[in-house]
Design a protein around this ligand. Structure first.
Ligand code: FE2
Length: 314
């Protein structure tokens, strides 16, 4: 059994081809890079790259449409203009080649491929990407969101702060390198509210200090506070849920300093830390393809996109 999955929730248009046992045959992507995100331009970008991305994935996997048993697309959450492209391409393939269509929640896909590739069982999950920051666990037949950001996602914080420093998108990888170049900590807000987090006050305070503070010290302090906040609520979720493993998901979890902080906390609590490879931490088509196997096929008429879909609705 082979699934072809299409990811298009935000900047990335990705096509993955995966076997039911989780073997990834191809995972190809094109990423829209611009200083500001204009939905119409994002739509144009995804439309432009869609045909070549699908073609390249099929070539890499060494298969044709005739070999595909399921076509899956990310249904949400995401930017409507981006989601519609992936959904349309998936519907077209489904109708033209008579292949069953499945709709996949983007967050669920990060979790399921991560669990599969790291052999992680019943973890607490930290999902941190541009728009999302959630601490999740499976209980009584569904995923529950234990805590989440009340304003912007952790990745958006990093990108917005990077932009204020004149950096290109995505700023996270550069900031994570400069984290190690600091000499001292600068006082910045630390905003944990119960199991939830807020990052916009931290952003504003850091931006206000750009002119008067050493750049690397400020980067270190912003990242340190934001990451420590996330580690704190995650530790509390582990404690309350009594789960013994932690799975990282989402592009922000590629950050080395963030992984180090999680590793230290997990070591102290004797928790197994499961870190999937970077190419499935970031947005990708392979995770959509794999999760396509776990969902029931739907008729094309019902394959609507859901930009605000939440994991705990599924
Ligand atoms: Fe994502």
């Amino acid at each position: 059994m082979i699934a072809l999955g299409i990811e298009s929730t935000a900047h990335t248009f990705g096509v993955g081809i995966v076997k039911k046992n989780g073997r990834i045959l191809a995972n190809v992507k094109r990423t829209y890079k611009a200083k500001g995100l204009i939905p119409r331009e994002l739509f144009d970008h995804h439309c432009r790259v869609a045909p070549e991305t699908v073609k390249e994935a099929l070539e890499k996997a060494g298969i044709s449409f005739d070999d595909v048993d399921i076509v899956a697309f990310s249904q949400g959450p995401g930017i409507g203009n981006a989601l519609i492209v992936g959904a349309s391409v998936a519907r077209l393939i489904s109708l033209k080649y008579n292949i069953p269509l499945t709709a996949v929640n983007h967050c669920l896909a990060h979790i399921e491929i991560g669990k599969k590739l790291t052999k992680c069982r019943d973890p607490v999950i930290v999902y941190a990407s541009g728009a999302n920051t959630q601490i999740i666990g499976y209980e009584n037949g569904k995923y529950r969101i234990y805590g989440e950001t009340l304003d912007i996602g952790l990745g958006n914080l990093l990108d917005m702060f990077g932009r204020a420093l004149g950096m290109e998108f995505p700023a996270g990888p550069v900031l994570s390198k400069l984290y190690y170049k600091a000499n001292k900590y600068v006082e910045l807000p630390y905003t944990v509210k119960g199991m939830d987090l807020a990052f916009s006050g931290l952003y504003t305070a850091a931006v206000n200090k750009i002119k008067t503070t050493d750049k690397n010290d400020l980067i270190f302090s912003l990242l340190h506070n934001a990451f420590a906040m996330l580690v704190e609520v995650t530790e509390r979720a582990l404690s309350h849920s009594n789960k013994k493993s932690l799975l990282l998901a989402g592009g922000v979890c590629c950050s080395k300093p963030l992984q180090e902080m999680f590793r230290q906390m997990c070591k102290e609590r004797k928790i197994r830390l499961c870190v999937p490879p970077n190419d499935v931490l970031v947005d990708n088509g392979a995770m959509i393809a794999y999760t396509g196997f776990l969902r029931r096929p739907i008729p094309v008429e019902k394959s609507v996109i859901k930009p605000k879909q939440r994991l705990d609705e599924i």
